[in-house]
Design a protein around this ligand. Structure first.
Ligand code: HEC
Length: 159
């Protein structure tokens, strides 16, 4: 008898709560859809600072970025093979503050972006110097430091 009362109580609770739950979920979905719509309209929850680049500048920047990530991939590969000198020259040539990179960074209007970009390239030259010494742990630390700039800039700016 006691058991059937418990069972009845349980069924009753489910029958009452299920529609409420369904309604609440439906409401949540509506809110989510609304949120997503707003996001696509105005950049929504992307609070990063826009650099207001032209379509041409955008393509140029992305191509440059793809070359950056390739350089990092190459450096990691070289490290795994103990080819420190090769890794060092990749760091200097592809990530370092070459006259070309300096010129590119200085074309941006946003002062903080420019500073971050230049500091990033400088850190890559330091990375190149550390790599030259052939110490894996120090090299990884320097690579980590340079990659902090990638992360920091991506978290702050968008095209
Ligand atoms: C000073 C700023 C800055 C630094 C430093 C930086 N990036 Fe970027 N990167 C950007 C911006 C801005 C974008 C465009 C992001 C957006 O609009 O969502 C971008 C985009 C990218 C993309 C997307 C490319 C594509 O074709 O879609 C990759 C990959 C990338 N960065 C890799 C890197 C790597 C790897 C590093 C460091 C070794 C790095 N970036 C350092 C600013 C930076």
């Amino acid at each position: 008898m006691k058991q059937s009362i418990t069972l009845f109580g349980l069924l009753w609770m489910i029958s009452i709560s299920a529609p409420i739950l369904a309604q609440a979920m439906d409401h949540n979905m509506q809110e989510m859809n609304h949120h997503m719509m707003m996001q696509s309209k105005d950049g929504g929850s992307d609070k990063r600072i826009s650099l207001q680049l032209s379509p041409q500048q955008k393509q140029h920047q992305l191509a440059n970025m793809r070359s950056h990530i390739q350089a990092v991939q190459e450096i990691v590969g070289m490290l795994s093979q103990g080819k420190f000198n090769h890794a060092s020259s990749i760091a200097h040539q592809k990530l370092g503050l070459t006259p070309e990179m300096k010129k590119m960074c200085n074309m941006f209007d946003n002062t903080n972006f420019r500073k971050l970009g230049l500091a990033f390239h400088q850190s890559a030259d330091e990375l190149g110097d550390v790599l030259q010494k052939g110490n894996l742990k120090q090299s990884l630390r320097a690579l980590h430091n340079t990659m902090n700039y990638c992360v920091q800039c991506h978290a702050t700016f968008r095209q």
